[in-house]
Design a protein around this ligand. Sequence first.
Ligand SMILES: *Cc1c(COP(=O)(O)O)cnc(C)c1O
Length: 380
Amino acid sequence: MIPVMKPWLGAEEAEAASAAVLSGWVAQGPKVAAFEDAFARRVAALHAVAVSSCTTALHVALHLLDVRPGDEVVVPSLSFIATANAVRYCGATPVFADVEPETGNLSAATVEAVLTERTRAVILVHQAGVPADVDAIRALCGPRGVTVVEDAACAAGSTYRGVPVGADAEMAAWSFHPRKLITTGEGGMLTTNHPEWAARAKRLREHGMSVSAAERHSGGGAVVESYQETAFNYRMTDIQAAVGLVQLSKLDAIVRRRRALAARYHELLADVPGLRAVRDPEHGTTNYQSFWVVLPDEVAVSRNDVLARLAERGVSARRGIMAAHLEPAYAGHPHLDLPATEAFTTRSLILPLYHDLTEAQQDTVAEELRAALRLPLASH
Ligand SMILES: *Cc1c(COP(=O)(O)O)cnc(C)c1O
């Protein structure tokens, strides 16, 4: 079976985890601090705060903005469900905006259509690693006092107008789940260029403590912490951060390899009439976190039949990006029509792409996809 995704992990990560364990300091400590510094430098952000996942990074981001019941936060429905859930964690209302069909991302036009007096923030997702047009959406939101939080879960190594995605973000949330380019098992990061947000985020992830446990330990003398507000335990461990430091050093190589493989997919699939595949947008480059394709309207086969056929033939593809508003968790949740979102989510699928994927495997995927598309609907 050719898997859809496989993390690129090796002996170096195993040794780093082992060294962290043997150091005797396994919770948030020096490795987390080093990973934060390295990650901030890599995405050209001023501050990075490591947390337990991208989901908790999004929750902290909205908490920093004091998002509360009665507030609205605009999100794409076309995203992993955690994007919308983070809004609900604050008791606020996620408002679904539609996406551009070409990129799967929100645009200024789709966001503007759902802004109201109650909109406090927009969570702008760089979906599947494709950079969204941040400048256009900030130009729309800034004058209205609406903060743009970037969900960059998938976008480590992507670029926007010549700089890393997240470089100029008010806040950006990142994921190190194994489904993303670099992994710490589970893990996330919040980056920001606002020092006061970074300082409060560091307290929020750690029960609201005024002085972190690591600082108290290294401080030597008796330091008594106080608890400033009701907060969370969203810490990353030093074992995870040690792995993350090694993974981060591989990010450039991972992106290079994925972009080369993606270029090859584009060539292999170029002659499938009407098939649309993920590409670089005008304003940036994608890390190809997922290689999605949207099936042509002319093809009579359903997306799920294509997936089933590929699975029978040893190719593990996945449905394309989900749409939160179609899940039971959001049944009855009011929203405007989301035609581009619905077309994308029902007609797209994700093909295998990972660092160790071979060209021969890629040829197999392309051949099997071609064969699956020729299946008439009636045969299933
Ligand atoms: C994966 C993902 C998340 C969740 O990341 P976790 O680290 O698993 O919490 C959130 N948003 C998007 C767009 C994602 O792809």
